[in-house]
Design a binder for this molecule. Sequence first.
Ligand SMILES: Nc1ncnc2c1ncn2[C@@H]1O[C@H](COP(=O)(O)OP(=O)(O)OP(=O)(O)O)[C@@H](O)[C@H]1O
Length: 444
Amino acid sequence: MLRDLKIFRRNSGKNPTNDGNNENLPADQTVSSASQEEADPSRPPFSTIQEPVRNRNSGSDQETYFRRRNQKTPSKGHTKGPDQFFQLRTPEKLAVGKGKFGWVPKSEQPGLTSPESRDYSLNQGPFQLPPPAPLIASHPLNIGNGYCAATPRSFTTGGKASSVHSGTSSTQSTPTKSVTKPMFNGVSNSRATQCGGTVRAMNFLVSSKGIPLSSAAPPVYASAEVPHFELKEDPSFWMDHNVQVVIRVRPINNMERSLQGYSRCIKQESAQSITWIGQSETRFMFDYVACETVNQEMLFRVAGLPMVENCMSGYNSCVFAYGQTGSGKTHTMLGEINDLELRPSANRGMTPRIFEFLFARIKAEEESRRDEKLQYSCKCSFLEIYNEQITDLLNPSFTNLLVALHCHWQIREDPRKGVYVENLTEYEVENVVDILQLLIQASH
Ligand SMILES: Nc1ncnc2c1ncn2[C@@H]1O[C@H](COP(=O)(O)OP(=O)(O)OP(=O)(O)O)[C@@H](O)[C@H]1O
C-alpha cells in the first residue's frame, strides 16, 4: 500500500478539505471557535503552544502568529505477542508482507469481506459522505481492540456464577487489581486465550467483587447479527477527563468464521460496556465501546474531533492504539489512505481525518483573525522510542538498523518549549497529504 502511494505531492497547495463537502470539516466555524473559547480556564495549558512569535511575513513586532510545535512521539513495539494463539492471528498477517509499521496493502489482504474492505470509491466522487454503515449480518463481533490510554473502569467477576459489578466511573482511577480468575480459562492480563471455540481477547484484569447475574451456564453468543449501538458525540470528550478509553470491536474475518462459525466470546449491551462470556461473565465498562457497525467517520467524530479542538484550545493531545495483532489498530488509526487528495476513502482512519480537520480549523482560524495577521506554523516530526532509545525516523541518515542504533537523541524539557527531543528532524507541513507523506517516508 505504501509503495503504491505515488499520488502524494508535498505542498501541493491544494487543500482537500476546503471544498465544503468533506464530512470532517467544521460545519460551522463559530461552533469550533466557541468550543475553543469554552475551554476550561482552570486547566493550565501545557507549555507547548500559543507562543507568540514574530510574524514571518510582515516582520512587524505587533503582528504575531502562534507557532505550533508538533511533538508527536509515536512509539511502536517491534515485537508481537506470542504466536501460540494462532487463530487470533488473521490470515492476512501470515500471508503478506508488511511495511515497517505493519501496514498491509489492501490489495494484498485476502479473505476480508467486511463492508469496511469494500471499495466504495466506485460510487463516490471526491469528498462525498461515506455510505451508511450497514448492519453487518455476516460478521459477528469477535475481537476487542482499542486505542486506549488507561486501564478500564472497575469491573468485577465472581467465581462460578456469572457476575458483574461496576465500580468507579472514572477512567483516571486504576481499578482494583485483585483478581479472581474464572474457572478454567480466566481472562488474563494482556493475553488472549483460546477455549471452547471462542476467541478471547480482552486485555484487562478483573477484580474479585461481584454481583451474580445468573447462576446458569454462560451462553455462547453465536448469532449472525449483532446489535448496533450509537455512539454519542460529546464535545466535552477531552474537557471532562484527561484520559479516555475507547474500545473498538472489529468484524470477524473469513478465517475466524470458517474456524469457529459465529461463536464469539464477547457480547455488547451498550455503547459503554462489553461483556466477556466466560465461565463467569465479566462486564467491562469504558468511555466508549464502538461496535463493529460503527464506521470510521463516527469514530473520528467521537474520539478524534474533540482532540483537535483540545489542541486548538492550547492543550496537548495524544492518541495511541493498543491491541493484539490483527485486532484493527492500523485500520482504525490509518485505514485506507489512497487518493486522499482527490478521492478520500470513506474508510480512511483517524489520522487522516484528524489532520484534515486540524488544517481546516487552522485555516478557519486564520481567516477569522485575518486582521491580527494570525498565522500558524505546523511542523511534523516522527520518532520511534524502542528499548528506551529514540530514533529519528525522518533523518536522512537513517538508512538501516545499524545506523539507527547509533542515532540517539535526548528527551529534554524546556520551561518555554515543554518536552522535546533534541535535534529531531522537523518538516513544515501544510495539509494532511504532507503529514501522510512523512508518515510513509518514516515507515520505510
Ligand atoms: N473495524 C474493522 N472493520 C473492518 N475490517 C477491519 C476492522 N478492523 C480491522 N479490520 C481488518 O482486520 C485486519 C487486521 O487489522 P489491522 O491490520 O488494522 O490490525 P493491527 O491491529 O494493526 O495488526 P498488527 O498489530 O498485526 O499490525 C485488516 O484486514 C483490517 O482491514
